[in-house]
Unconditional design. Sequence first.
Length: 163
Amino acid sequence: MNLEIRRAEPADYKAACELHAQPNALRGTLQLPFPSEEKWKERLAKHGDNDYGLVACVDDRIVGMVHLQAGPWSARRAHVGILGMAVHDQCAGKGIGTALVKAVIDLADNWLNLSRLELSVYTDNEPALRLYKKLGFEVEGTHRKYAFREGAFVDAHTMARVR
């Protein structure tokens, strides 16, 4: 498998839309069914100076995305980055998520000087929990009824990696 990690570009909007329409991507993120290509086009075009979107490509096909939002939304939290990720259902368990999170950790540690990375993950998303724990994230708490998914409220852990 020839895996390339690169910056997400506005032209990636169709692939981003298709990726986030996958059943497991919908189940594991806060996205809604029937994503709009136009909304993804707008989202990718308006990334700010502190937004870093990366995509994982296999044979020029986008199979995963990660987004890192770095401070300074508050001067006192300029050391923090918040991340979210999705991997195409057909590529789950093949190292795509690991490669994306490692790329974000490298960016955060070696280029942005972020000492804290945060994320939220549903408590029943065992593959994601294993991945994040493997890469140094720790569960810091649990949000009860964090989100409404598939007709029921679900809990989520807040996790962080502190350098």
